[in-house]
Ligand binder design. Structure first.
Ligand SMILES: Cc1cc2nc3c(=O)[nH]c(=O)nc-3n(C[C@H](O)[C@H](O)[C@H](O)COP(=O)(O)OP(=O)(O)OC[C@H]3O[C@@H](n4cnc5c(N)ncnc54)[C@H](O)[C@@H]3O)c2cc1C
Length: 461
């Protein structure tokens, strides 16, 4: 009877069951799955989501929200007995307010479609990530997505002005705020941004738009020491100001593998250096912006912050320089089977973090290979570790425990971008105090007393 009521709300085409449920609703993009949903609900409106959740709340039925299923923390993968609530039919771009510089969209809108709509109207929506063609705005909000231009524009939290959310009991909470300054009480949207579908279903959002930059210049640099890289970052921030839009660091371990992944890719710099840095500026005046970056580069070379560098403002070469950084998944694939991590470390402790990690990994797995890159402007490091042949003496900790213990010791975050989901839940203690975890649990109990929304993700259910 209960499932019949759900079907009636959704109508024909609004749900999938049995053999009609394809693998993409039970597995993430890596193919990982843990169960099979009995029903996939595909509502079209917040009112439908509300009716569905009201019923599920009453029946204690657990529900997993899904966007584009590109998340890498296993937050949207259903377990047996859970129903899927997919936002895939809620894709409308409802409004672009060009005076205000805002866009109102339904949560299932694909990021790339949102970017293209913004550009058609003379703006950019600056969130950008490799999964742009599949990930949704709702998923981006639920994971507080970051990507390449966080340094300049911030994460999804900074790009979201308002939200409409359906709460676990079916209450529709509409807060489609359009103003930057709104201190009328608690800013409730922040409860849902980054909550990975555990506190409510995002159904609509008001997003911030920005003017289309007229220039894009890139310098590809090599540095002799990590201290020089950190100094270069501070120098770039001071000298380039608001035009600085990316500061990406590649360790030699990464750079040396780029051609193993793409034999035909021409490297911007030859020679052996421990660090390579991609600096990007974007702004409103091509001539001025390129002179600014070129001038800064000359000083950096004179001051030996940089050992070698190439500069470009040509679109083709900008893309070629970025390609070296963007093929990180392909570079990681050369290390299969590998363990991947996405951590944040305060810049002041990053060198010590890397040294501690290298020491611990080499000590326990003498045959291991460790490759690193980072959105260093945001303190974000991506680590890829192939453990090599099993060591003669079995290590006392798993590689996850080693990485997260050292991250915790350096007051870092075990999840810079991808969230906690099921994958990292048991390691949350390395980044959040007991009091923080306890408050997270309390919030979950208050907002979802039946525990129906993504149970067991982020915090224990
Ligand atoms: C090639 C590649 C590159 C990537 N690069 C980056 C990157 O640079 N930065 C980054 O931050 N991430 C990155 N990701 C991870 C991923 O793309 C992001 O986490 C993205 O925001 C997930 O969006 P999605 O629509 O696919 O969400 P899903 O994977 O479907 O869901 C993610 C989580 O959000 C919940 N959820 C989804 N929709 C809603 C909703 N409407 N309301 C409530 N909860 C919801 C799900 O239950 C799940 O817990 C990358 C992934 C890939 C495959």
């Amino acid at each position: 009877v209960f499932t019949d009521q759900l079907r009636t709300i959704l109508g024909p085409g609004g749900y999938l069951e049995g053999d009609d449920i394809s693998a993409r609703y039970s597995a993430d993009i890596t193919g990982y799955s843990v169960g099979q949903p009995a029903l996939v609900m595909r509502p079209r409106t917040a009112a439908e989501v509300s009716q569905l959740l009201k019923l599920c709340h009453g029946a204690g039925q657990q529900v997993v929200p899904q966007g584009g299923m590109t998340g890498l923390s296993r937050g949207g993968i259903p377990k047996d007995g859970e129903l899927v609530l997919s936002l895939e039919r809620m894709t409308d771009i409802e409004e672009i307010d060009t005076r205000n510089g805002t866009m109102t969209v339904q949560a299932g809108a694909i990021l790339q479609t949102v970017q293209e709509h913004a550009e058609d109207n003379g703006f950019i929506f600056p969130l950008d990530l490799g999964a742009r063609g599949s990930c949704t705005i709702g998923g981006n909000i639920a994971t507080n997505a970051g990507g390449n231009r966080v340094l300049r524009y911030g994460m999804m939290r900074e790009l979201t002005l308002g939200l409409e959310v359906v709460l676990a009991d079916g209450t529709v909470m509409t807060g489609l705020n359009r103003v930057v300054k709104n201190n009328a009480g608690y800013d409730l949207k922040h409860l849902f941004i980054g909550s990975e579908g555990t506190l409510g279903i995002v159904t609509r959002a008001v997003l911030k738009l920005f003017p289309i930059p007229k220039s894009q210049c890139v310098a590809f640099c090599a540095s002799d020491s990590f201290d020089s890289v950190i100094e270069l970052l501070h120098f770039a921030k001071a000298k380039l100001g608001a035009s600085l839009s990316a500061f990406e660091v590649m360790w030699q371990s990464y750079y040396d593998r780029v051609q193993a992944a793409r034999p035909n890719l021409k490297l911007p710099l030859t020679g052996d250096y421990p660090y390579y840095v991609l600096i990007e500026t974007s702004g409103g005046d091509e001539e001025l912006d390129s002179r600014l970056l070129e001038g800064a580069l000359e000083i950096a070379l004179e001051d030996q912050l940089v050992a070698d560098a190439v500069f470009t403002k040509s679109k083709a070469q900008v893309d070629a320089f970025w390609e070296v950084r963007d093929i990180s998944m392909e570079v990681a694939a050369t290390l299969q089977p590998y363990h991947g991590y996405d951590v944040s470390i305060p810049l002041s402790g990053m060198q010590s973090f890397v040294a501690a990690l290298e020491g611990a990994v080499a000590g326990d797995w003498p045959d291991a290979t460790l490759v690193m890159i980072g959105h260093l402007g945001d303190g974000n490091l991506h680590l890829c570790i192939n453990l090599g042949a099993p060591p003669a003496q079995p290590p006392s900790q798993t590689i996850d425990e080693v990485v997260y213990t050292i991250t915790g010791r350096h007051i870092g975050s075990i999840s810079a971008e991808h969230g906690i989901g099921l994958l990292k839940r048991d390691y949350l203690r390395f980044s959040r105090t007991e009091a923080e975890r306890s408050l997270m649990g309390t919030l979950k109990e208050v907002m979802d007393p039946q525990g129906i929304l993504n149970p067991g993700r982020v915090v224990r259910g």
